[in-house]
Design a protein around this ligand. Structure first.
Ligand SMILES: NC(=O)c1ccc[n+]([C@@H]2O[C@H](COP(=O)([O-])OP(=O)(O)OC[C@H]3O[C@@H](n4cnc5c(N)ncnc54)[C@H](OP(=O)(O)O)[C@@H]3O)[C@@H](O)[C@H]2O)c1
Length: 412
């Protein structure tokens, strides 16, 4: 049975969580409410990395009125000391009677243990309200904390027939201002943007986030460049002292080029060689180790092809401009060898589409990925079913089975 009260309160908590978007990484965005008899008496969100967690903000705002209340939190509260003290202590100290949680926190330091801890202390805990939506809201955090790798968005602006530009080498602005503005917001809430060196050579982009009327948080820039061909006067190298700029290269690069880039403030990662240049799995591991939990791959076609053929894109953001360009020379969104079987193609599962200005924005996941089958979703469901008796569910075996990796970027 769906409790509409809890669902709408959780939606409000999710809205609050969004207020922290772009400022909490590699932590999740979290929202919380303190309620008495179904009425909201205080609200909170995790505003910035290192700042108070949403639950503490809401409880501090409620003060003594939190006694006997129901706390709603999008994500399971933390239980250990990190950058801030445990939220479970704040919940117990405030005299909260009941906690409604959206999803478990897959951080190995939490991972269902806070639910058990609170229940053992006589606090009723309900879990699973809008669990999949909460997990999607924090998809980058969930992937990074459970695998150590960044969540990869593959974003491409193309004509309706999949062309990235007119004839190769002719810079082509396909999409309109409205969708561009949205994409700059997306850039500012993502940890890094990646392009291939040919895009730098042909377009010399800044790869910055520009939001009218506000100072945008700047993502790191990552350039795939196995021989360090990137020009020293390119826009990204020229601004490397201000914004983290990573050139991912291989042992094919001349040591003096690497030195020259390092002298200009560029972080040069010398990685294994892979198909078509830099080994992408090695790169993603190193970016994850640097607490980069989300990455937008912005092309061009050679880079798209590598990520798609290796199954490394977690989500697709496709911006389709209202043109049919055609032409054999115009670069396609994805190139590479032609396939002979459809089951070898990347199959997508569309999740969202909308018209923005004159363009069409389509969001999709690889069809093979089913969030309903994810380990955290299964654990959340188990906890929801066994609301009263969780001791035998959250066993050490369960935690091991989930194979979560502790990284520097875990939620404090
Ligand atoms: N419409 C859009 O959304 C969009 C976005 C971006 C770019 N573009 C257009 O795309 C064009 C450039 O695309 P492109 O395909 O020629 O080049 P690209 O994808 O920008 O860069 C490809 C180069 O990256 C390097 N690289 C290193 N490791 C790689 C790996 N694992 N996989 C793939 N590449 C790797 C290779 O050079 P080394 O061998 O030297 O390492 C490779 O030649 C430009 O015209 C640009 O305007 C369009």
């Amino acid at each position: 049975m769906v409790d509409l009260g809890a669902t709408s309160l959780m939606r409000r908590a999710m809205e609050l969580a969004e207020l922290g978007r772009g400022r909490t990484s590699p932590n999740p965005v979290v929202g919380a409410l303190v309620t008495q008899d179904g009425n909201v008496i205080a609200e909170g969100h995790h505003a910035v990395l290192g700042g108070l967690h949403a639950e503490r903000v809401a409880l501090e705002s409620a003060g003594t009125a939190a006694y006997g209340s129901t706390l709603i939190s999008t994500l399971e509260p933390c239980r250990s000391f990190g950058r801030t003290p445990p939220c479970t202590d704040a919940i117990i100290d405030a005299g909260v009677s009941k906690v409604i949680v959206g999803s478990i926190d897959p951080n190995p330091k939490v991972n269902g243990q806070s639910v058990r801890y609170l229940r053992e202390r006589g606090i009723q805990v309900e879990i699973g309200t809008l669990a999949s939506e909460v997990a999607e809201q924090n998809e980058a955090y969930f992937k990074h904390i459970s695998s150590g790798l960044p969540f990869v968005y593959l974003k491409a602006a193309m004509s309706m027939d999949g062309k990235l530009s007119l004839r190769r080498g002719i810079p082509t602005r396909l999409t309109g201002q409205d969708i561009k503005a949205e994409m700059h917001v997306m850039r500012s809430s993502t940890d890094a943007i990646l392009v291939g060196v040919e895009t730098i050579l042909s377009d010399n982009p800044r790869l910055s986030a520009r939001i009218e009327g506000s100072v945008a948080r700047q993502p790191a820039r990552v350039i795939l460049d196995s021989r360090c061909r990137i020009p020293m006067n390119s826009a990204v190298v020229a601004t490397a002292e201000d914004t983290l700029t990573i050139v991912a290269t291989t042992d094919q690069a001349a040591p003096e080029r690497i030195q020259e880039l390092s002298d200009r403030g560029v972080v040069v990662m010398v990685l294994d060689r892979g198909a078509n240049g830099v080994d992408l799995k090695h790169l993603l591991t190193e970016l994850g180790n640097k607490s980069i939990s989300s990455l937008i791959v912005e092309g061009g076609p050679s880079v798209h092809t590598s990520f798609i053929r290796q199954g490394l894109a977690d989500k697709f953001v496709l911006l389709c401009a209202p043109y049919l360009i055609g032409g054999d020379e115009a670069p396609n969104m994805i190139g590479g060898e032609s396939l002979s079987r459809l089951d070898e193609a990347e199959r997508l599962r569309f999740t969202n589409s909308r018209i923005v200005g004159a363009d069409l924005l389509v969001e999709a996941y690889p069809a093979a990925y089913d969030p309903e089958m994810s380990e955290w979703n299964k654990l959340t469901e188990e906890l929801a079913l066994r609301n009263q008796d969780v001791g035998d569910i959250i066993s050490p075996e369960t935690t091991v089975e989930i194979q979560l990796t502790t990284t520097d970027s875990e939620r404090d």
